[in-house]
Design a protein around this ligand. Structure first.
Ligand code: AQP
Length: 328
């Protein structure tokens, strides 16, 4: 069976962008593949996190995975920090990487822009991400298209390793949704919707109350043209809202354009808000149940056991190939 692996950072309130670009695909893929879905807590600390907030974000994100429909009996749900091989292979991958290729990563450039002191972790983040994927021989990695460049680096590193030490690591493929691969901020369609944005009205959080969602969509930036048309170049804001509508309703872009032909943005936005509320309400309901039951601890324990079993075999193989002396 082909393998799938992906993760999300517990670095803030999960957004509709994370859901559409990643989580929604996780839920679909668990029925067809052997899946590993992590909370990448070691990645979250590449920017400073307050310990109590980090702990809450980790538990919240793991619970959201399950609330969104990941079945822990089908897929392994676990924390990256519960599987020591991630940090270990991360270091080994760092030693195979070059400064120049890491400097070219656009996410690094964006996240370090304007900072006086740039954390080293932010710089080497993609080598840890490569390790996350390569430990499990993942065939596919469901991500939004902002992660495509990191995945290309993962492919380069695995090919480099195989070339130098012999065939060991699987070269993975990205799995990027056709519509909604990059959901943009509600207030500025030139920026992606991001959970660590300081402006909460730029994103819809998965745990936002229905009335907050309605308000945010009502205020979302549009244009003066007043036609509901998908056009990334000329109408980026409306195009973004259509992508969200399509992903939440299951309608195609064309069906949405036809539905709102000759109507203004008022009706479109009202219906869009109800589509989003309708998508998130069952997730929020299930989330509350999971948080109050404490069941997530058992799920994470079971998930880590399975992940450790796979990852520890791979790290042993990698170290052997590289020339490390293994313990008896
Ligand atoms: N706006 C987006 N549209 C589509 N997909 C998105 N993803 C993130 N934002 C969007 C996808 O969500 C997954 C988790 O991403 P991550 O937590 O590893 O970090 P990120 O890509 O840096 O996401 P954020 O929300 O912007 O987090 P912060 O603000 O902490 O950096 C990935 O698959 C990503 O593609």
């Amino acid at each position: 069976m082909k393998k799938v692996l992906s993760g999300i950072q517990p670095s803030g309130n999960l957004t509709l962008g994370n859901y559409i670009g990643a989580l929604k695909n996780f839920v679909t893929m668990q029925h067809e593949y052997e899946c590993y879905f992590m909370v990448v807590d070691l990645h979250a600390i590449t920017v400073p996190q307050e310990p109590a907030a980090l702990k809450e974000q980790i538990e919240s994100l793991a619970s959201l995975y399950v609330a969104a429909g990941i079945d822990p009996n089908k897929a392994s749900v676990f924390l990256q920090s519960h599987v020591p091989a991630h940090a270990e292979l991360g270091w080994l991958m760092t030693t195979l990487s070059y400064m120049g290729e890491l400097e070219r990563m656009t996410q690094f450039k964006d996240k370090s822009a304007g900072k006086e002191s740039i954390p080293t972790g932010l710089f080497v983040y993609p080598t840890l991400m490569a390790a996350d994927i390569l430990l499990y021989d993942a065939d596919y990695v469901p991500v939004g298209d902002d992660q495509k460049q990191h995945l290309e680096l993962t492919r380069d590193l695995s090919e480099r390793f195989n070339h130098r030490f012999g065939d060991t690591l699987k070269v993975p493929e990205p799995y990027i949704p056709e519509v909604g691969a990059r959901i943009m901020a509600l207030d500025d369609a030139s920026k992606k919707m991001s959970k660590s944005s300081p402006n909460p009205s730029s994103y819809i959080a998965l745990l936002d109350e229905p009335d907050v969602i309605r308000k945010k969509i009502k205020r979302a930036t549009t244009d003066s043209d007043m036609s509901v048309r998908f056009d990334k170049e000329k109408k980026p804001e409306v195009t973004n809202l259509i992508s969200i509508y399509a992903q939440c309703s299951g309608l195609s872009v064309q069906q949405i354009e036809e539905k709102y032909e000759g109507k203004g943005y008022g009706d479109f936005k009202k219906d869009l808000a109800e589509q989003v509320v309708g998508t998130l309400e069952p997730i929020q309901q299930r989330y509350k149940e999971i948080r109050s039951s404490g069941e997530i601890y058992d799920i994470l324990k079971k998930g880590a056991e399975k992940a450790n079993a796979t990852a520890s075999k791979k790290i042993k193989e990698v170290k052997e190939k590289m020339g490390f002396l293994l313990p008896n």
